[in-house]
Design a protein around this ligand. Structure first.
Ligand code: SF4
Length: 402
């Protein structure tokens, strides 16, 4: 059932982009279309996993959870040999052979595109290898699956890498194979917020850094761990998605994601009317469009007539003007607006805040009219507000008495 399944960062993102797409993927379990960039990313992640495994330093790292099993290479769809114990570091040639073995072929539009990605990956890995030799990391986990509860909502994720920092804390890293990246991406990344939560709830060491590692440029974009307020905001987002899933709110939400959505043929936003219904519905649409145009024209004329009546009423000092059988009646409507921060201290001082269901113009105006409130306080509330007067016209079907 959707409500019991833990949310991952990617499912969170899918729901926020389009709840209907979430339903297709996670309730109907329709397969996601293979994409060249997904296949490329999976291959690179799988090679890095094998490349970094010998560097693991797990012994001295205290954990809160029992520790989920490390993701095994044979869990990658591409397959891969299992590594028993702690293998020695791969040589360059072994790494390239691993790259060949783990290469994920699906999703490429042509052999030419696949070749371009393949060369890109090879160059990237060779440069990464050099960096690894110069600056060997101290990972305590690679591709680890972690689960946690965030304000009662189960969440989970595969963490690319968790490193031990020189100060004995943890750095959470996520690899990115995308073309472009900036430091801003790391500061605003919900994915890193999710991973921070997962790591903090599974490890006894503090998180010192959250890093998006841009592989094409070998640039680590590091950010500080999110503070309690930022985690609170992220938790609200997770909670909103969990509520949406539980209440089965799966409205299509068209946007940029539609360009690459594989479910357009199933989506009411894009599904075409059957051919045998088209002619009839075309006529209906044309009629509707003509009426909308007419409605706009009539509304313009109504406004112009009301303005003219208003000017005449002002000039003659009257509020009713007779027509042939009907009477136009001039009505007055008053609306108040209040600066909430300007009024709040006054309401607090007189213990009126609990009497308002919320501090908005309507509720404050109600308090200013409430006969149980001290008249001096009501006047003080009014003095902080601003009044707008609106005139409008009604038509009385009954002719007035002579
Ligand atoms: S086509 Fe667009 S609106 Fe429809 S399901 Fe896909 S993402 Fe959502």
């Amino acid at each position: 059932m959707p409500e019991t399944r833990p949310l991952s960062y990617s499912s969170l993102r899918v729901y926020l982009e389009c709840p209907l797409r979430w339903k297709f993927l996670y309730v109907d379990r329709l397969p996601e279309a293979p994409r060249s960039y997904f296949s490329f990313g999976r291959t690179i992640h799988a090679v890095l996993e094998e490349l970094l495994r010998p560097f693991l330093v797990t012994d001295s790292v205290p954990r809160i959870s029992a520790g989920a099993a490390q993701r095994r290479l044979d869990e990658w769809e591409a397959g891969g040999r299992l590594v028993e114990g702690r293998p020695r570091a791969l040589t360059r040639d072994e790494m390239l052979a691993t790259y060949d073995r783990l290469w994920v072929r699906e999703g490429f539009s042509s052999a030419e595109e696949e070749g371009r990605y393949r060369t890109l990956g090879e160059n990237l890995l060779l440069r990464y290898y050099d960096r690894l030799v110069d600056e060997p990391p101290r990972p305590v986990a690679i591709e680890e699956h972690l689960q946690a509860s965030l304000d009662g909502i189960p969440v989970h994720g595969y963490i690319d890498r968790i490193d031990l920092t020189p100060s004995g804390a943890l750095e959470v890293l996520d690899y990115k194979t995308s073309r472009e990246m900036s430091a801003k991406d790391a500061f605003s990344s919900d994915q890193l917020a999710m991973y921070q939560v997962l790591v903090e709830k599974n490890y006894a060491l503090p998180v010192e850094r959250l890093t998006l590692y841009h592989l094409r440029s070998l640039t680590p974009y590091a950010s500080k761990p999110r503070d309690a307020r930022a985690i609170g905001q992220f938790s609200e987002k997770v909670s909103a998605v969990a509520d949406g899933v539980r209440e089965e709110r799966f409205e299509p939400t068209p946007g940029r994601v539609c360009e690459r959505c594989e479910f357009r043929a199933l989506c009411p936003e894009f599904r075409e009317v059957p051919a045998d219904e088209r002619a009839r519905l075309e006529t209906l649409v044309d009629r509707f469009a003509a009426l909308r145009r007419e409605q706009g024209r009539v509304e313009d004329q109504l406004h112009a007539a009301a303005d003219e009546l208003h000017r005449e009423a002002e000039r003659l000092g009257v509020h009713r003007i007779r027509g042939h059988g009907l009477t136009a009646l001039r009505r007055r409507e008053e609306a108040w607006s209040f600066p909430v921060e300007g009024v709040r201290p006054l309401l607090e001082e007189h213990g009126l805040v609990p009497q308002a269901s919320r501090l908005d113009d309507r509720e404050i105006d109600r308090l200013a009219r409430d006969p149980t409130v001290d008249p001096a306080v009501r006047r003080a509330i009014r003095s902080r507000g601003g009044r707008q007067v609106r005139w409008f016209w009604e038509v009385d079907a009954a002719p007035p008495d002579d």
